[in-house]
Write a protein that binds this ligand. Structure first.
Ligand SMILES: *Cc1c(COP(=O)(O)O)cnc(C)c1O
Length: 420
């Protein structure tokens, strides 16, 4: 359920016409709906309320915009961060340090130091080496870091290979069979307090079975670690629930997910932690674009839009589908290829797709662009960094400025030996 809908033939975000924002801010531009974000955050939290003790940490990498984080902070969400930059954003949005989980395979010594000093709530350790380093850093500061060990359960998430993270050959977590030994050795170190296990098998999951299989394996591991006399008070079940990118797709609901978790974890006696990203942000945003021109093709016309793979990378990276809708459709359809202006063929949003008839100057949106959209944007082809807008009813505000190529050029310099 989202709040993007047609009113008198014009696509609106809540009570605001998308054409009005596009006129004022220009295109391409991301638009987020505050009501949709709030709704998704509440539906997810309420679904999990059947569980005795939970903490929800929004996966910041899916949408790190400060206003988005602020809204989720007000909904009681913590943050799952994967860099010091994301940690700084979460703290700047008012998320308490103890509500922050720090994940990622490549945390540097500098990042670990900063996060220990900031009092981050939980470090999800991805290797024994990292745990040893974290313990030494915290001990040298006279502090104790709370940590969970990320385990690779060797389960196929059944999603796109590039966003699968829980198979033995993936870089994430420690091998399942070695986890108990590593947990015991790290537990003996000063400077670190091991409090649990973490798992995250991938993103855009369409079925609950792989998650259930992974959680069941984590439960067995938890029991065998406790049997060694070690304590486990927290179990982090990660994120990964998928969202529909096409109107007719059906995905597990938060309620079905929560019921599965309740069944698997009934006797665990822990605080359960969750790291949802896409399921909160995905359908809360669209990317608005203007048609530059429609070019005749050999068999199919090309709709050339002013958004490109630098603004929305998912189709180029993963072959992903984003629905394309005219902001003011005239009711007719045609079959077209939708492409951006960037000089490589991967800058293609759709091939041979039946879409609303559009012509030069028309506005359109790519739907379901609120997660892994603006966060992956870059300036390839010396294009601007795309701006972001948040709508709240009939109010709206720019929540990230467009960064013009001139500003990026101004950050570069020619060395003396090349100067004229
Ligand atoms: C990316 C990521 C998430 C969020 O995944 P979604 O599919 O967006 O829910 C959660 N936890 C970790 C460790 C991640 O890397």
């Amino acid at each position: 359920m989202d709040h993007f809908h047609y009113v008198d033939g014009v696509l609106h975000a809540e009570d605001t016409a998308i054409s009005a924002i596009a006129r004022a801010v220009g295109t391409p531009v991301y638009i987020y709906s505050a009501a949709t974000l709030t709704r998704h955050a509440r539906v997810f939290r309420e679904a999990l309320s059947i569980l005795p003790s939970t903490h929800i940490a929004f996966a910041v990498k899916s949408n790190p915009n400060l206003a988005v984080l602020k809204l989720l902070a007000r909904e009681g969400y913590g943050a799952d961060v994967v860099s010091a930059g994301e940690m700084d954003r979460a703290l700047a949005a008012g998320i308490p340090a103890e509500g922050v989980v720090f994940s990622g395979v490549g945390k540097t010594a500098d990042e670990l130091t900063r996060a220990v000093k900031a009092g981050i709530g939980q470090f999800n350790i991805e290797s024994e080496e990292e745990g040893v380093e974290l313990a030494a850093i915290a001990a040298s500061l006279g502090l104790v870091a709370h940590a969970a060990l990320r385990v690779n359960p060797d389960v196929d998430a059944g999603t796109h290979a590039k966003i699968s993270t829980g198979m033995a050959e993936n870089k994430f977590g420690v091998a399942y069979d070695r986890a108990a030994g590593i947990y015991a050795r790290l537990s003996a170190l000063p400077g670190i307090q091991m409090r649990g296990l973490a798992v995250h098998i991938g993103s855009q999951l369409s079925k609950l079975d792989p998650l259930e299989a992974a959680f069941a394996k984590m439960g067995e591991l938890m029991r065998s670690i406790r049997a060694q006399g070690l304590s486990i008070t927290h179990m982090d079940l990660g994120g990964g629930i998928g969202v529909p990118y096409k109107a007719d797709e059906v995905f597990p609901s938060p309620a079905e997910y929560a019921a599965m978790v309740a069944r698997v974890t009934a006797d665990w006696g822990v605080t359960l932690m969750f790291e949802p990203g896409r399921v909160i942000a995905g359908n809360s945003g669209v990317l608005v674009t203007e048609v530059v021109r429609v070019k005749e093709g050999v068999t199919t016309p090309f709709v050339i839009v002013d958004a490109a793979m630098n603004d929305l990378a998912r189709p180029a990276l993963y072959g992903s589908w984003h629905d394309f809708l005219a902001v003011e459709p005239n009711g007719e359809k045609f079959t077209a290829n939708i492409v951006g202006p960037i000089c490589e063929s991967s800058d293609t949003f759709a091939m041979g797709r039946e879409i609303d008839v559009v012509k030069a100057g028309d506005l359109a949106v790519f739907r379901t662009a609120g997660a892994y959209g603006a966060t992956m944007a870059n300036t390839y082809n010396s294009r601007a960094l795309v701006p972001e807008v948040m709508v709240n009813g009939d109010q709206w505000a720019v929540v990230a400025n467009r960064i013009d190529p001139a500003a990026i050029l101004a950050a570069e310099q020619v060395p003396d030996w090349l100067a004229d």
